[in-house]
Design a protein around this ligand. Structure first.
Ligand SMILES: Nc1nc2c(ncn2[C@@H]2O[C@H](COP(=O)(O)OP(=O)(O)O)[C@@H](O)[C@H]2O)c(=O)[nH]1
Ligand SMILES: Nc1ncnc2c1ncn2[C@@H]1O[C@H](COP(=O)(O)OP(=O)(O)O)[C@@H](O)[C@H]1O
Length: 260
């Protein structure tokens, strides 16, 4: 991944450390001194020196035999801290841009009341997840929030890319790093919150975690925010629609960083 201009991580984005209301600090690391930032909400920040270069699609050979056959589409990986709005942005894309295929992950976590097997996740047992790993069926997998295992079924991704359909993975940082190892031609997009306080507000407002679980997720979020600079582009999720529009543009663009 070429990156000569570093935007010095999410902690330059105005992301400030705070604690949950009425709760003790979960982490005594102080990665951020919260200076003002120059980031404009709702405009993607390239974390790469040459975004949107006119290179052809790097996901595979670009019409090597001159037949005009469509090359495989590009894979886009979206990651970001807990509660930044990854799922919300992905859902907006699913609704408004049905041509973009969004991978359905396997997970050992229990379904929430509104979640449907095969739509939101493939809810599998520990034994089935073990089998999928053993069989090499997962492109990547990770234990997320020290709570459950999540993984991307490999074959559907390859199939979709092979038919020229752009594909999106919404996964955690550990998974994104694995995909970067195995599919470096993918583009990696970091979804950042407008501020740390807003991230905490979203996590609390979602109301799906206990206080202890929120605390644990925020500890992870500190580490995840520090990884922004590993990504090609950052989108600040100030507005769901604007963030989704920006992401779709990237997903459909043939290349953002001259990768091949
Ligand atoms: N590595 C990896 N992470 C995933 C995958 N699917 C979802 N995740 C991540 O797992 C985390 C927890 O997801 P979820 O249980 O739906 O909770 P929520 O996103 O916090 O509402 C999120 O950070 C997702 O990005 C996957 O296939 N692989
Ligand atoms: N741009 C936004 N502005 C305000 N609230 C948002 C925005 N994006 C997401 N949210 C809210 O933040 C909470 C967390 O979003 P979610 O998609 O569950 O995060 P993630 O999948 O990253 O964990 C949800 O309650 C969601 O409605």
């Amino acid at each position: 991944m070429s990156r000569t201009e570093t935007l010095s991580g999410s902690l330059d984005t105005g992301v400030t450390m705070t604690t949950l209301p009425n709760e003790p600090a979960s982490n005594d690391a102080e990665p951020n001194s919260a200076g003002p930032n120059g980031a404009e909400p709702n405009s993607p920040r390239p974390n790469s020196a040459e975004p949107n270069s006119a290179e052809p699609n790097g996901a595979g050979p670009n019409d090597p035999d001159g037949t005009g056959a469509r090359p495989p589409a590009r894979l886009t990986v979206l990651a970001g801290p807990t509660a930044v709005g990854k799922g919300t942005v992905a859902a907006d894309i699913r609704e408004r841009f049905p041509d973009i295929w969004i991978s359905v992950s396997a997970t050992t976590r229990k379904p929430r009341p509104n979640e449907v097997h095969g739509v939101h996740y493939l809810f599998v047992s520990d034994a089935e997840f073990d089998r999928m790993i053993e069989a090499g069926e997962l492109l990547e997998w990770a234990v997320v929030h020290k709570a459950a295992r999540y993984g991307t079924p490999r074959q559907p991704v390859l199939d979709k890319l092979g038919t020229g359909r752009p594909a999106l993975l919404e996964i955690d940082l550990q998974g994104a790093r694995q995909v970067r190892e195995t599919m470096p031609e993918a583009q990696f997009v970091f979804l950042a919150p407008p501020s740390w306080d807003e991230l905490v507000r979203r996590l609390v407002g979602r109301g799906t975690e206990t206080a202890a679980e929120r605390e644990r997720r925020l500890e992870t979020a500190v580490l995840e925010l520090a990884a922004e600079k590993e990504f090609d582009v950052t989108i600040v999720n100030a507005s769901v629609r604007a963030a989704a529009d920006q992401l779709v543009k990237l997903i459909r663009s043939p290349n953002i960083s001259g990768k091949s």
